[in-house]
Design a protein around this ligand. Structure first.
Ligand SMILES: Nc1ncnc2c1ncn2[C@@H]1O[C@H](COP(=O)(O)OP(=O)(O)O)[C@@H](O)[C@H]1O
Ligand SMILES: [Mg+2]
Length: 249
């Protein structure tokens, strides 16, 4: 039973420490269904930890995270279900090197969801088509460019029919000429209504696809605004300083 009027994700006073290091400080944040939220900010600010906390790859030590109306499960079947509902695309594509592109995309649906192989294969081909790499389906990851591998990683996430996808700097390990092909796929996903949290410094993507930008530094949400507002008229010195650095290099 899904109540579409509630946010898909709600973080309330979320705190997280790594030993003495306070990495998430009283984070309050909601992500609505169909929303594209861009998270931007300096390295070490807690962006990856925030993403990892949302699909419980990291535990939190204060506050709560509610996903689709329920507190995040701690373990067991409910946790496995959560992981299959929240897709994740990392900077390093994390494809299985000894499996073909198609196998990489069908693995989750077959193993976790129990989908019949024929059906999973057909769906994988559809998704590979959608991200523009159906012709590579029988190749292995190492035979593909970085941009192509990242598009496979997106198809793999989509194969689980997730309720949302978290992208953690999906283009920052790519050669510059491959960034756009990945961003184009992400923009198309956003237009199709996928709920997305995207850690990225790609301003073009933020302006084209984001509903909201959150600027995070030192474990805190420092600023929250529309992309336009943020990139043309950031309110805090911390954000202005950060922007001056990414805009001039
Ligand atoms: N597993 C870990 N153990 C200890 N410290 C960590 C761990 N993961 C991240 N950190 C630290 O937490 C802080 C936030 O890291 P992270 O969330 O990766 O930031 P960002 O993604 O914004 O660069 C950094 O100081 C980082 O070194
Ligand atoms: Mg990070």
């Amino acid at each position: 039973m899904t109540d579409h009027s509630t946010p898909l994700v709600k973080l309330e006073n979320v705190n997280k420490h790594f030993g003495a290091l306070h990495v998430l400080k009283d984070i309050n944040l909601t992500v609505s269904r169909g929303e594209v939220l861009v998270v931007i900010g300096p390295s070490g600010g807690g962006k990856s930890t925030l993403c990892r906390a949302i699909n419980r790859l990291e535990t939190i030590d204060g506050g709560q995270i509610v996903f689709d109306g329920r507190p995040l499960p701690a373990e067991g079947k409910a946790l496995a279900a959560l992981r299959s509902e929240v897709g994740m695309v990392f900077q390093s594509f994390n494809l299985f090197a000894h499996k073909t592109i198609r196998e990489n995309v069908t693995l989750g649906p077959v193993k976790v969801r129990g989908i019949a192989r024929d059906k999973a294969n057909a769906r994988a081909m559809e998704l590979l088509e959608r991200v523009g790499i159906a012709a590579q389906a029988d190749k292995y990851p190492a035979q593909l460019s970085g941009g192509q591998q990242q598009r496979v990683a997106i198809a793999r996430a989509l194969a689980m029919d997730p309720k949302m996808i978290l992208f953690d700097e999906p283009t920052s390990a790519l050669d510059p000429e491959m960034v756009q092909e990945v961003l184009d796929v992400m923009v198309a996903l956003a237009r199709d209504g996928m709920t997305m949290v995207v850690v990225t410094h790609e301003m073009g993507f933020a302006r084209k696809a984001a509903n909201r930008v959150v600027f995070m530094a030192e474990g805190q949400i420092v600023e929250e605004s529309t992309p336009d507002e943020f990139f043309t008229n950031a309110r805090t010195e911390r954000a202005k300083d950060f922007l001056s650095k990414i805009l001039t290099h």
